[in-house]
Structure formats: structure tokens, C-alpha cells
Design a protein around this ligand. Structure first.
Ligand SMILES: [Zn+2]
Length: 413
């Protein structure tokens, strides 16, 4: 594509704008040491696609033939090109050279953070560390943690684990508690994490159960708690999770932290964001940040934000799932959302290389949409630039009440 002058003008403005990422699964420091090209691919959404990366040149050739057109791969490759100057494409011939460059860069143990701060321009990122929820990875200067609800929602008994293999019985001192004591403990854990700097709760339960959540009485949940898994019905299992989700919604409102909700993809039969609408209306004081444009149901996300003041839209992950869907979704959201203050972005990635790829995908999405909107005279260039700042950092700063160093009036200059 030949970029227009307006596209270039908007893109340059974006490249001078700081970024707050609302969602990262960034790996621990030691996991970035000795990282290779294979490992970066393996730890990315490309690696989710079940196309073997292989170890030999012949296997790499087969992998590249299959993966080359997929948007996860395309944007990861662009990021690797930007960081390691690979001549545009990963090929079987340059594979080892690239891998050696990656290993050399990460000999510096701070290299992964330097990429986030310098190339991704992150001034803050929200860490969803599902293997140790509430962690800031030992870098509080960059990461603000979120607390995941999934294990509390899924696990009514020590033999039950969530989709990330977590259990409250291993994470917290749960043994021997009554249900009332258990609820006090887990809600106390959330409060304590917020006291210590967590800025949001996060629900990714759509990977293992539907987003339809009913009202469930305390007594029913108390009866289900500690039921032997072989004696439980599917209905009871869901009802137990419903009870926990409602309690966490209430706590989010009380503590004034947003609740990030995974919608779309996951278990497709239950992850349509419309299924969550009854929960949105049941908890009008809770601020729900709906993730991923609800892909493939991105129109639904726009409609929910249109109708409910407590719905926020996060473009996280969408630009690398399908860049054109992200363009269409954002084009629509700008028009339908009552205020541009309710839209944010995060990378949703494990490595800095993939984070940069996700950012490049979003920058392209943002520029495509704003170029079109200015060309059509829907908005002018000044409003386009204000929108860039809102989506890249100002909205996240306000929604998650983030304290940032310095005067943010000087962040873009
Ligand atoms: Zn995620």
C-alpha cells in the first residue's frame, strides 16, 4: 500500500505519543534470558495455532509456508524486522542469524524492559500474570497488576482447577474454612492486592464457561462449596461461579476498580458479549471493560457501550487477531460510543517482541481509521490527534486511576 501524506502525518503523531498498555502477560525476567526465535514464536499467539515451528531448516520452511499469511505471524515478523533489521522477512536461510541476534540482545537482562519502554513507548502496563495473579513482575516502575478471578469462579473444591491450572487451595491458605470464612479470605485477598497497587480485576472465564451469569443466593453457593466433583451437576457448577462473579462485581464497585472481561473467541458457544448484558445491568456501579472487541461479535460491543454507561471498550488483542476487523470495529466505535473517553488498548502478549508487533498492528489500525475519518471530513486532524492521545494513554490513565511521573500535558510534545 502506498501511504498517503495524511496517513504518514497521523502515523508520525502516533509514534511520538506515549502508550499505556492495559493488558500484558509479560514473562518473568529469567524467561527472557537465552530466548530464541523459536521460543518467541512458541510463546506468541502464532504458537497457539498448532503449526509446528520445528528445529531443522526443513521444518522451518514448512512452518513459514503455512504461517506466513496469518496476522499474528505478520505483525510479529514486522516487529522482529524493526528490532533486528532482518530485511523484511523471516526465511529458512536467515532463521539462525535472527535467532542469534535475539539471543545477543537478551544477554542484557534488562533488554526486554528496554524494548517495552523505548520501542513500544510504554509509560505503564497492566500485568495479568495468571501464573501468579497480582504480580508486578518485580518492576513496579512499569507494571501495575490486575487480579484474575478465574480460579475463584471455577474452583468450588480442592480437586478442581481453572483453565490455567490454578487453584485457590494452592494459592491461598484455604484448608478447613467454612464458606463464609472462605469468601472473607478471597475477597480480603482482592482488597489487599488493591491496597498494594493492583488497579483492576480481570475475568477470563469465557475460556471455560458461558458469559451468562445469573443471580445466585449465598445459601445455594454455600451448599455447593466443597461438594465432591463427582457428585456435582453442571448447573450447580455454573451457579457457584455466578455467585463468585457477582461478589467480585460488587467489590470492584466498592473499591472503584474496573473489571476487565474477556469476551469473544474463548469458548465460542458462550463468549458472545451479549450474554454478559444482564450482569452489566445488574451492577450499574461496576465499570466493565469489555476485551477484544468481543471478536467476532464486535458490533455487539459497540451496542453495549452505546446503551450502558458502565461499559468500556478495550481493543486489546483484536488488531493481531484480524487487522481488518479491528479497522472496521474502531471505525464503528468512534461513531457509536457516547464519549471517546471509554476506549483503550493493550497488547495481550508474553514477550516484548510480540508486544511491539501488537502495537504496530494497532498503530496501523488507528491510522487507517483516522485517515479515513479525516478524509471524509467526519472529524478534522486536530480531533484525530486528540483521539490518538486518548486511546493510547489518557483514557487508560483515567479509567485505572494510574499515577504517572511528571505532567502528562508534556507527554506528547
Ligand atoms: Zn490476555
Amino acid at each position: 500500500m502506498k501511504a498517503s501524506n495524511l496517513y504518514e502525518q497521523i502515523y508520525k503523531y502516533i509514534e511520538r505519543t506515549p502508550v499505556i498498555s492495559t493488558h500484558e502477560h509479560h514473562l518473568n525476567d529469567e524467561d527472557h534470558q537465552n530466548i530464541t526465535l523459536e521460543a518467541i514464536i512458541d510463546k506468541s499467539y502464532v504458537g497457539w495455532q498448532n503449526i509446528p515451528v520445528g528445529t531443522t531448516s526443513q521444518e522451518h520452511t514448512q512452518f513459514l509456508e503455512k504461517a506466513r499469511y496469518n496476522s499474528y505471524f505478520v505483525w510479529l515478523q514486522k516487529a522482529i524486522d524493526k528490532l533486528y533489521d532482518i530485511g523484511g522477512k523471516i526465511t529458512p536461510e536467515n532463521w539462525e542469524v535472527i535467532s542469534n541476534k535475539i539471543k545477543r540482545k537478551h544477554k542484557d537482562p534488562a533488554a526486554h524492559l528496554a524494548i517495552l519502554k523505548n520501542q513500544c513507548r510504554y509509560i505503564r502496563a497492566l500485568s495479568d500474570i495468571y501464573w501468579e495473579t497480582g504480580s508486578d513482575l518485580g518492576h513496579p516502575e512499569l507494571f501495575s497488576p490486575v487480579v484474575r478471578s478465574d480460579m475463584f469462579v471455577k474452583c468450588y473444591h480442592p480437586l478442581v482447577r481453572d483453565h490455567d491450572d490454578n487453584s485457590p487451595w494452592e494459592f491461598l491458605p484455604v484448608r478447613g474454612l467454612t464458606f463464609r470464612e472462605y469468601m472473607d479470605l478471597i475477597l480480603g485477598f482482592h482488597r489487599d492486592r488493591v491496597d498494594k497497587g493492583a488497579v483492576s480485576f480481570k475475568l477470563a472465564t469465557a475460556y471455560e464457561r458461558p458469559l451468562s451469569v445469573g443471580s445466585v443466593a449465598y445459601e445455594r453457593a454455600a451448599r455447593i462449596y466443597m461438594t465432591d466433583p463427582k457428585d456435582i451437576t453442571d448447573e450447580d457448577m455454573l451457579a457457584y461461579g455466578d455467585y463468585i462473579i457477582n461478589r467480585i462485581c460488587e467489590l470492584a464497585a466498592e473499591l472503584d476498580v474496573p473489571y476487565q472481561i474477556h469476551t469473544g473467541l474463548g469458548e465460542l458457544k458462550g463468549s458472545n458479549p451479549m450474554l454478559f448484558e444482564s450482569t452489566i445491568t445488574r451492577h450499574p456501579e461496576t465499570r466493565f471493560v469489555l476485551f477484544h472487541g468481543g471478536y467476532p461479535w464486535y458490533h455487539e460491543i459497540g451496542a453495549l457501550a452505546h446503551n450502558h454507561d458502565n461499559v468500556f471498550i478495550d481493543m486489546v488483542w483484536l488488531p493481531i487477531i484480524c487487522t481488518q476487523a479491528a479497522v472496521q470495529a474502531l471505525d464503528e466505535y468512534i461513531e457509536v460510543i457516547p464519549t471517546a473517553d471509554r476506549i483503550t488498548w493493550g497488547s495481550d502478549t508474553w514477550t516484548s517482541e510480540e508486544a511491539l508487533g501488537a502495537l504496530l498492528a494497532f498503530q496501523h489500525t488507528l491510522t487507517q481509521v483516522l485517515t479515513k475519518k479525516v478524509n471524509e471530513e467526519y472529524i478534522d486532524i486536530d480531533d484525530a490527534q486528540i483521539f490518538v492521545e486518548k486511546v493510547l494513554f489518557r483514557n487508560a490513565k483515567n479509567i485505572y486511576t494510574l499515577e504517572l511521573p511528571g505532567n502528562d500535558g508534556c507527554l506528547n510534545g
